[in-house]
Design a protein around this ligand. Structure first.
Ligand code: FES
Ligand code: FES
Length: 226
């Protein structure tokens, strides 16, 4: 099931030659290449393993995605979400609003949750990226994935990859002692913050669910932290 991240990342480098060109045939979410690329021909080159040098508006980056280094040439205006979905075929992270308001695109960058629709991929050279596809440990689902299944914490599943990555990040933040808006101001600084329902709701408040699966999402996170 896609929302639970069953798609696997493929190993190996991407030569990035598939960037769009001349304003026609640009990959969804990636702007046309003003420097004049090859458009569909470029994507054909990518499929056939040939490479092109980076243009004026492009740079080569290496992202360590779900443990695998992926080297590719990105348009400087391409955001991480589009690179993951359109260039690396990792379609777990979803485009909901494309404005940093819904959280459906949440992934982890160097262990911290981010809205991937807002992050230029070119700024992430050398970073560790974890998507929902990378949460499972081999064939075993991540405990949060299992808890979501056990609690039926979704309906359409569109928000679920973002909810899962956000929950993984939120639990780590609480363990590291990061307070939230509802954390007791008298709590000892730097000590793990206990995650009750209010803390979970507050920390996941950036992840919207149009289906209203919130009660079971909170219960699923509680199951994992008990
Ligand atoms: S798609 Fe990124 S926050 Fe909505
Ligand atoms: S399960 Fe449908 S949007 Fe959350």
């Amino acid at each position: 099931m896609d929302s639970m991240g069953s798609r696997n990342d493929s190993a190996g480098a991407d030569d990035g030659a598939g960037r769009p060109g001349n304003g026609r045939g640009a990959a969804p979410g990636e702007p046309p290449d003003p420097a004049g690329g090859t458009g569909p021909a470029g994507r054909s080159a990518a499929r056939h393993g040939t490479s092109r040098p980076p243009g004026r508006h492009h740079s080569e980056v290496t992202l360590r995605v779900n443990g695998t280094p992926r080297t590719l040439t990105v348009d400087h205006r391409s955001v991480l979400l589009d690179v993951l979905r359109e260039r690396l075929d990792l379609v777990g992270a979803k485009k909901g609003c494309d404005h940093g308001q819904c959280g459906s695109c949440t992934v982890l960058v160097d262990g911290r949750r981010v809205n991937s629709c807002l992050l230029p991929a070119v700024a992430l050279d050398g970073c560790d990226i974890t998507t929902v596809e990378g949460l499972a440990d081999g064939g075993a689902p991540h405990p949060l994935q299992q808890a979501f299944l056990d609690r039926d914490a979704f309906q359409c599943g569109y928000c679920t990859p973002g909810q899962l990555c956000s929950a993984v990040g939120a639990v780590a933040e609480a363990e590291a002692g990061h307070p939230s808006l509802v954390t007791d101001p008298g709590a000892p600084s730097g000590r793990p913050v206990p995650l009750g329902p209010d803390e979970i709701r507050e920390r996941l408040s950036g992840n919207l669910c149009r289906c209203g699966a919130y009660p079971n999402i909170v219960r699923a996170v509680e199951d994992v932290i008990r």
